[in-house]
Design a protein around this ligand. Structure first.
Ligand code: FMN
Length: 330
């Protein structure tokens, strides 16, 4: 019976099978370090273009950076040409990632119109070629992340997962929505169950897991080998500690105190500044602070203030007002 526990992906053993999903603009190095510390069994990097790696695009270097404390970590490539993707892997072979993932789910028009991301699902034979090309050159396990299908009329996650397996993939993550749906509607977990039934490699279920009970329901309804959490981790790296505690102790641990949230935001911001500099780092923090404070009493009033933070002092001041009000216990 599938459920919470260790997970083997090729040569890599995950301590637990609750995984931070890849999120462009969110799952960067600082956020991944926090999620790892909170107990995520694997953290996934933001997608990186294979072509951008080859052309040595400046921003790509930052995307490829990995911290010693965040292992195991999965690096996600997007592209559509097997040879270009092989070259990209060759160029990043000294980077200390643990798993190489291929994006087959991105719905963004700019990506899809290049035949990349979820567009790959229109061509399962190409999926097999890409995976087998990468398996040839990669000394680390190759995995894929797919959706339910491209449109409601072309639901082919099972066929795509089988193609990836035939190419040598070590695992497949399935997001139970079509490309057409982007992120709307409810994720279909039945398709995840069907993929699990069809392939022998580990299947990671993804879509709408938000806490311990929903992770348990995902395991039970789909038989999947691992659960991937993406949006519910935004502003909430604590979710991994909570899901772990739900499975290991039979109850969800307390929500973090506001003081802990404050301290986490400051550490998050410190790392952003260290890796991205103050100008970009603080601007990146604006959305994170909005997420961290979502639902806190008075946070709406401070939204404007959050969007005007320009340095560490203004960030501390805004966050202190929301998270450390004198009358609230910390
Ligand atoms: C802001 C954002 C960025 C994302 N970026 C990526 C990405 O780079 N690669 C990828 O495979 N999926 C990406 N996704 C999809 C998520 O990994 C996940 O499949 C999706 O959000 C459904 O899971 P959830 O219901 O837990 O959020 C992104 C999602 C969001 C919201």
């Amino acid at each position: 019976m599938a459920g919470y526990g260790k997970l083997q992906i090729g040569s890599v053993t995950l301590d637990n099978n609750i995984i931070l999903g890849p999120m462009a603009g969110v799952s960067d190095l600082p956020f991944r370090v926090l999620c790892s510390e909170m107990g995520a069994g694997l953290v996934c990097m933001e997608m990186v273009s294979a072509k951008a790696i080859i052309y040595k695009n400046r921003n790509t270097n930052m995307l490829l950076e990995i911290h010693p404390d965040e292992h195991p970590v999965s690096l996600q490539l997007f592209g559509s040409e097997p040879e270009i993707m092989q070259q990209a892997v060759e160029m990043i072979k000294d980077r200390p990632y643990d798993i190489l993932d291929v994006n087959m789910g991105c719905p963004v028009p700019k990506v899809v119109s290049n035949g990349e991301g979820s567009a790959l699902m229109k061509d399962p034979a190409l999926i097999e070629r890409i995976v087998s090309a990468l398996v040839q050159v990669s000394d680390r396990p190759v995995t894929v992340k797919i959706r339910k299908g491209f449109t409601d009329n072309s639901i082919n996650a099972v066929e795509c997962a089988l193609a990836a397996e035939a190419g040598g993939a070590a695992a497949v993550a399935v997001h139970g929505r079509t490309r057409e749906q982007f992120y709307s509607g409810k994720a279909d977990w039945e398709i995840i169950r069907q993929v699990k039934e069809a392939v022998k490699i580990p299947v990671i279920g993804n879509g709408d897991v938000v806490d311990g009970p929903s992770a348990k329901a995902m395991f039970e309804q789909t038989g999947c080998d691992g659960v991937m959490v993406a949006r519910a981790a935004q502003g909430n790296p604590f979710i991994f500690r909570e899901i772990k505690s739900f499975f290991e102790e039979g109850k969800t641990c307390e929500r973090p105190s506001r003081k802990e949230v404050y301290d986490t935001v400051i550490r998050h911001a410190d790392m952003q500044l260290k890796y991205k500099g103050e100008y970009i780092g603080i601007r990146e923090m604006r959305k994170h602070v909005s997420w961290y404070t979502f639902g806190m009493p008075g946070s709406a009033k401070f939204r404007n203030e959050i969007n005007q933070m320009t340095d560490m002092d203004t960030l501390k001041e805004a966050c202190g007002k929301i998270m450390l009000p004198p009358t609230v216990d910390t």
